[in-house]
Each structure stands twice: as structure tokens, then as C-alpha cells.
Write a protein that binds this ligand. Structure first.
Ligand code: ZN
Ligand code: ZN
Ligand code: ZN
Length: 464
């Protein structure tokens, strides 16, 4: 292999990993002048070294979000989407704050819960506009399982491009993130993962203003879905909103130098599985390092074992994981699952197929749903959603009267706002539902840029 040089100081090595380490040790954080001045992002160059081709790969430029407390690695061309959610969060906090200051006695419940019409009262009638979408998976819906078992001719998303340069079968930064070639994560990151989300006991004020002792985990928020269901029901432009099981907790990333969104997304699925009793032996959520062990155990048991070659092993690293690793994880726990992929094909957009599928899925749970106005909270599973560079969890779908749709999303990149936390605790706040919901909504139009999605959901008997 040719010698590669550090773009900052010219130090050379034949080992890409050595150069990567060198850059992280000698030139990261304080090295970039952009970070010093820029409000938002610093351009992170190491990838151009490891890929060996530099600036021609503009589609593979990383940025680190420098919003206070965030630090997420994001592909440069996706930064706008990420910042939009930050903006929505800030706006909802700001709005709630100014309302509180001016109208201390106003209460969210009073202002938004009156006069919510229930238009779609006929449960037997299909929601208009959906008839054409109940057709089940279309031909363009490729079954990931075929791929996982080696029967599919389809490539793992976006992998073809980079394979040529790597060891055969080894994925690169595009799929595995900025630390694709890491052998071991830094010690402080490891420590954060170990102790950043330990349960602890606190005294807090409960719903009825009583002092209660409860166990909390810093990065988990329970009871968000019932609040969102109320907010959606208060939105008069909604025709119907379907939610998954209300027990699903929001998990936010642990703040450290690494994304780990695949793990946080799996953890959100676990909160559902634990609440319905599918994981009786799991006393608390596993941490990322434990989850990595479980995934590698699955590989050793021949479940998705090709991932071992593709990733070069994940234990103790910050390599990104995807649907295949999430599948391996669930399979190793003995949880039945269903995984699918959606791809742009001719005129048909992946995003439309995805939305159709999700809408039909949650509509299938409406018989046993708890209905409040236009909001239907089902007992169905949340859905792991993977697109290139990031994973999230679908907790529902919102259909507007004008026919447009939003996915309702739990994104581990963003913390639950203090406004939502107040609503959970029954405290007064009067931000507009619009501002509060924006963080959780992903409009169909905004997701059109993605050519491919993968979904994974636990398939629990009697549930889905
Ligand atoms: Zn250097
Ligand atoms: Zn950010
Ligand atoms: Zn991510």
C-alpha cells in the first residue's frame, strides 16, 4: 500500500489507521479554525485521508455539530436537516418560555383541549386516501432477509461505491462512519457509555403535586407518546394520527465523542419489548458495550455473520451499525422480527412506499387502539428506521386533512425538551402544539431526498 500523508503536517504512514489515529490525537478539536469561529459545524477532514482520494469524494465529508451539548458527526450534505430539528427544539422552548412569562396562569390543557372535533368516527371505514396503499409490500420492496441470507442480488445500501477500495467485503466510512477503522474507542468515550445512563433514585414532584421517589435514567423519557397524542388531537389540520404502543420511551444519545444512534434506536425498541413482558430477564437496558457483545455473539451463532467481515468487528469501537446489526441483536435475544427495505424505483419513491407501509401497519392496530379525537394510540411496536448515515425510531404517522403525511419520530440525537417534560408532569405551559410537535414530525416531502430506507420491527405474537 502507498504511504499516506497527514494533510495537516505531512507525517506519513502506510497504515491508514495509524494516520487516522495521528489526526485524532494531534489535530482534532482545536486544530480546525472553522470550529473556532463557526457557530455550527466544523469540517472534519480525516476521511479524505483514509479513503485515499481526498476532495473528489465530496459526498463523504463529515461535520461535527457544535450546537452546545450535541457533537454529532453528520455528513455535510445532511447538516441542514439536523439543524432544522435543533431550530425546532429551540423554537419550542423559546415559545413556551415567553408564554410562561406573559401568561403565568394559562394552562396547556385549557387552551388546546377544547373543541377537538372527532371527524373520523367510523372505524370501519378506511381513512380516505389510504385505499390504494393497503396493497401490501410492492415488488420494489425487497426483503432484507433475502439479502441477509445471501439470496438477494441487492447491495447493502450505498456500499458498492466504496467496496472497490477496501479489503473485499469490508465497508468504509460511508457506511460505518468517521471511525470506520477504529480498533478501540477512546477511554473517556467508553467510560461515558458505561456510566452515562445508570439508573438513580431521585425525589420528584409527581402528577398530583405529591413528593415521590422514583428511579430515573438520565437519557430516558417515558410517557412522551400520550403527550404527543394529545397535541396531535389538538391540531385541527389533522385527519388522523396513529401511534405505536405508548410505553415506548424516548432515549437520547449519551453525550460523548461518538454517535451510536443504532444502539439508541434499538434501546427504544427494547423499552417496548420490556413493557410487554417479552424480555423478562432484562432487568435494565443494556449499555452500548453490552449490546456490541450481543451482536458479536449473534455473528458467532451464524446470524448475519457477514457483518463481521463488513465491519471488521464492532466490539469496543465507534463504528456505526445498521439494520443488519439491529436484526442480529434481536435475533440473538430470540425476538421474532420483520425487516424490509424500500428503494426508489422508476417513478416510485422509496419514501412513499415507506409511508404507505407504516400507515397500513399502524392502521392495522386501530381495533384495539385508544382513541382521543383524531389520535389513535395502538398497541403495536415502534419501528427501527435506517437511512444512510442515521437511524431513528418511527413511533407513528400523522395524516393531515390536505392529504400530506408526517412520520412521528423518536430521534436519539435530540433531548426531550423541557416543554414536553412539563406536559408529561402535568405542569402548565402554553406553547403551540405546532411548535412542540415539529421536533417529532418528519414530513414526507422532507424525506424525499433519501433513495433508500430500511425498517425493522419486533414481531410479537398478538401484537403485530
Ligand atoms: Zn499531522
Ligand atoms: Zn446537533
Ligand atoms: Zn445517527
Amino acid at each position: 500500500m502507498d504511504e499516506i500523508q497527514c494533510p495537516f503536517c505531512g507525517t506519513g504512514s502506510c497504515d491508514p489507521y495509524a494516520i487516522h489515529l495521528h489526526i485524532e490525537e494531534c489535530h482534532s478539536e482545536n486544530a480546525s479554525p472553522i470550529k473556532q469561529h463557526g457557530q455550527l459545524a466544523k469540517i472534519s477532514k480525516p476521511n479524505s485521508v483514509v479513503d485515499g482520494e481526498g476532495s473528489s469524494r465530496t459526498g463523504n465529508q463529515w461535520a461535527i455539530c457544535t450546537r452546545s451539548g450535541c457533537g454529532e458527526y453528520i455528513m455535510l450534505q445532511h447538516m441542514d436537516e439536523h439543524l432544522d430539528v435543533h431550530a425546532a427544539l429551540t423554537a419550542s422552548e423559546f415559545e413556551a418560555h415567553s408564554f410562561e412569562n406573559t401568561e403565568p396562569n394559562s394552562h396547556f390543557d385549557k387552551s388546546t383541549h377544547t373543541n377537538v372535533p372527532f371527524e373520523n368516527s367510523g372505524r370501519d371505514q378506511p381513512v380516505s386516501g389510504l385505499a390504494s396503499t393497503n396493497r401490501g409490500p410492492s415488488k420494489r420492496t425487497l426483503h432484507l432477509l433475502d439479502y441477509f441470507t445471501g439470496k438477494s442480488v441487492h447491495q447493502r445500501p450505498d456500499s458498492a461505491h466504496y467496496r472497490e477500495q477496501m479489503d473485499p467485503g469490508r465497508l468504509g466510512k460511508r457506511e460505518l462512519g468517521p471511525h470506520a477503522f477504529e480498533k478501540k474507542m477512546p477511554g473517556d468515550v467508553r467510560e461515558r457509555l458505561l456510566d452515562g445512563a445508570l439508573p438513580r433514585e431521585v425525589n420528584s414532584i409527581g402528577r398530583n403535586h405529591m413528593l415521590i421517589r422514583e428511579t430515573i435514567v438520565e437519557n430516558e423519557t417515558a410517557h412522551v407518546i400520550p403527550v404527543l397524542a394529545r397535541l396531535c388531537a389538538a391540531d385541527k389540520t389533522n385527519r388522523a394520527t396513529y401511534f405505536c404502543h405508548p410505553s415506548v420511551k424516548h432515549i437520547r444519545k449519551i453525550y460523548c465523542d461518538g454517535n451510536f444512534c443504532g444502539y439508541w434506536s434499538i434501546q427504544m425498541l427494547l423499552t417496548f419489548l420490556r413493557s410487554i413482558g417479552s424480555l423478562p430477564h432484562m432487568r435494565q437496558l443494556p449499555n452500548v458495550l453490552q449490546m456490541q457483545d450481543t451482536i458479536e455473539q449473534a455473528w458467532n451463532n451464524n446470524i448475519c455473520s457477514y457483518s463481521k467481515t463488513e465491519t471488521g468487528g464492532i466490539c469496543g469501537t465507534r463504528k456505526w451499525i445498521g439494520t443488519a446489526e439491529a436484526v442480529a441483536y434481536l435475533a440473538q435475544l430470540g425476538i421474532p422480527y420483520h425487516a424490509m427495505g424500500f428503494k426508489n424505483e422508476d417513478e416510485d419513491l422509496a419514501v412513499t412506499a415507506l409511508f404507505d407501509y407504516v400507515e397500513a401497519f399502524y392502521l392495522s392496530g386501530i381495533e384495539t387502539a385508544k382513541t382521543r379525537g383524531t389520535s389513535h394510540t395502538t398497541e403495536l411496536a415502534p419501528i427501527y428506521l435506517q437511512r444512510r448515515g442515521h437511524s431513528m425510531v418511527i413511533i407513528g404517522l400523522e395524516r393531515k386533512k390536505n392529504g400530506s403525511r408526517n412520520l412521528m419520530i423518536f430521534d436519539s440525537s435530540f433531548a426531550t425538551s423541557s416543554s414536553i417534560k412539563k406536559l408529561i408532569n402535568g405542569q402548565p405551559i402554553r406553547a403551540s402544539p405546532e411548535a412542540l410537535l415539529k421536533t417529532y414530525r418528519r414530513p414526507e416531502t422532507s424525506l424525499m431526498r433519501w433513495e433508500e430506507f430500511e425498517v425493522l420491527m419486533p414481531q410479537i405474537c398478538g401484537y403485530s
